[in-house]
Design a protein around this ligand. Structure first.
Ligand SMILES: Cc1cc2nc3c(=O)[nH]c(=O)nc-3n(C[C@H](O)[C@H](O)[C@H](O)COP(=O)(O)OP(=O)(O)OC[C@H]3O[C@@H](n4cnc5c(N)ncnc54)[C@H](O)[C@@H]3O)c2cc1C
Length: 461
């Protein structure tokens, strides 16, 4: 760093309430780290913002000094755009406040909040809105890409429950954005990712949920997979929207309810979630038990926040991750067969293939209601390649790509931008489909110089 740049950083330090972290700062390496260990980048400076004023100062500084900008929420995104090389990382992970107005059923959420921060604050009042299934994920990135989880069948995507946001645009303007204020931008940020500005506050609609819900797992051997998956396909066609059942094909973790000799064997897991009366839920899930001869099950009434953290131990930060994803309107025999084939040759013990069921409320909006346009998608399939050492990169990536190719003919063509890796730039326009053109025009209005380009980037038109 030049003396001149060090002096500039000193002047930035005096302007922000949060912390300025240059490369020689003792916490630099910790702060630049993100969830996916495959991403290792070194910003010239990191600003850990304390409030929206800091965000504006950081943005202005970066622009005046020609620094590339990356924006970090909780740093979970697989593509790793939260961190840049040689530019400024605007780190929002220190802005975590969640305020709940229980009477109005609204939550006001800062962009560094994790799903856990959000769920815990809302559940104090027995309230929730659909978010993802791993509690350390950031509310910001998840929401800006669409967002789905256990409650999506009943209450839609996360963005379908977004009421308003505060955004700082590329030219430093602070805008309130909702259906009635800057409505074009409100449409664009509901799925358009970090392309249009930096969100400093999210306002969500909340629903009564729990606080106790019925949830758990049934685990079948992989050799029964075809029968389990075809039964699943039929079952979910008529299951009520309060009930959600996903599918995971992987090696069995050492779960205490499974016999020891099953640990590490390939299995089909049905994770189950029911948001209504638990006794009714028990009746509804009974048919799942006859899908095969299960190795074991663990299902019971538990706090919603506990279930929201149930998968955290399998999704800890620090591993190397490579994902590939497709949307499906139906599960044909072709895709089920390819899932079973590739689950039979998992390249590393942590790799998995999962299906998230999102059929329901999210499908009742038209494709042009929000920038996220996959309103026909009923299933999201994710090939989750995961391992600990770089020596496994080649075989892990090859397996994920090969499965992606084999299953592609059965997919509905869309892609969920929040599951896209850094090498999928050529899928972005397809991911937005007919909405891309309108997004490109809104990009031109709010960020014509593409200041916010470290994302699944939309080019101005
Ligand atoms: C283990 C795991 C489980 C997941 N499960 C689900 C799931 O169940 N459902 C689901 O829908 N998704 C899920 N995801 C995907 C998740 O939604 C995305 O990874 C999301 O981008 C994470 O948000 P973040 O804030 O943590 O990410 P970050 O990496 O911090 O941010 C991602 C990008 O979002 C933009 N951004 C972040 N904050 C802001 C802001 N305040 N203003 C403007 N732009 C911003 C930036 O472009 C940034 O590069 C999961 C991801 C992981 C790793």
């Amino acid at each position: 760093m030049t003396t001149q740049f060090i002096e500039k950083i000193d002047s930035l330090k005096s302007k922000v309430r949060g912390k300025t972290v240059p490369p020689d700062h003792p916490s630099y390496d910790e702060v630049r780290k993100i969830w996916n260990a495959m991403i290792d980048r070194r910003p010239a400076v990191i600003v850990q913002c304390a409030d929206a004023g800091d965000v504006r100062e950081a943005l202005t500084f970066a622009r005046e000094n020609g620094l590339e900008i990356s924006i970090r929420g909780a740093g979970h995104n697989i593509a790793g755009n939260a961190v840049c090389d040689g530019g400024m990382m605007i780190d929002l992970s220190t802005m975590k406040n969640v305020r709940v107005d229980a009477e109005k059923r609204r939550a006001y959420v800062e962009p560094g909040a994790t799903l856990r921060d959000f769920d815990e604050a809302a559940q104090v009042h027995g309230l929730a809105t659909p978010v993802g299934i791993n509690s350390t994920t950031g509310i910001a990135g998840l929401t800006l890409g669409g967002g789905f989880g256990w409650l999506t069948r009943k209450y839609g995507m996360t963005i379908d429950n977004l009421v308003a946001v505060d955004v700082i645009t590329a030219n430093g303007e602070n805008l309130r954005v909702s259906e009635n204020e800057n409505a074009d931008l409100f449409w664009a940020i509901r799925g358009g990712g970090g392309n249009f500005g930096i969100v400093t506050l999210f306002e969500f609609r909340l629903h009564p949920v729990g606080p106790d819900i019925l949830a758990g797992l049934i685990v079948f051997p992989l050799k029964q997979a075809k029968q389990v998956l075809t039964s699943y396909r039929e079952f979910v066609k008529t299951a009520p929207e309060e009930l959600n059942v996903w599918v995971v094909l992987r090696q069995a973790p050492p779960l205490p309810f499974l016999p020891e000799d099953v640990h590490g064997k390939e299995v089909v897991v049905l994770p189950i979630f029911y948001a209504g009366d638990p006794a009714q839920g028990q009746k509804l899930i009974e048919p799942l038990r006859s899908f095969g001869e299960a190795h074991g099950e663990h299902i019971g009434v538990q706090p919603y926040v506990q279930w929201q953290q149930a998968f955290d131990p399998l999704l800890t930060p620090g591993a190397r991750n490579y994902w590939k994803s497709h949307n499906f309107t139906e599960l044909s025999d072709g895709v089920l067969d390819s899932m079973i084939e590739f689950a039979g040759k998992l390249p590393t013990p942590q790799c998995e293939i999962f299906i998230g069921l999102i059929a329901g409320a999210a499908n009742r909006l038209p494709a042009d209601a929000t920038a996220y346009g996959h309103r026909d998608a009923k299933f999201v399939l994710n090939v989750h390649g995961r391992w600990d050492t770089a020596t496994d990169d080649e075989k892990g990536v090859a397996w994920a790509r090969e499965f992606f190719k084999t299953s592609a003919p059965y997919a509905s063509g869309g892609a969920y931008i929040n599951f896209m890796t850094e090498d999928e730039g050529d899928r972005i326009a397809a991911a937005y489909g007919a909405n891309y053109e309108r997004l490109a025009q809104i990009k031109k209005k709010y960020d014509p110089e593409n200041v916010f380009h470290l994302n699944q980037n939309i080019k101005a038109k």
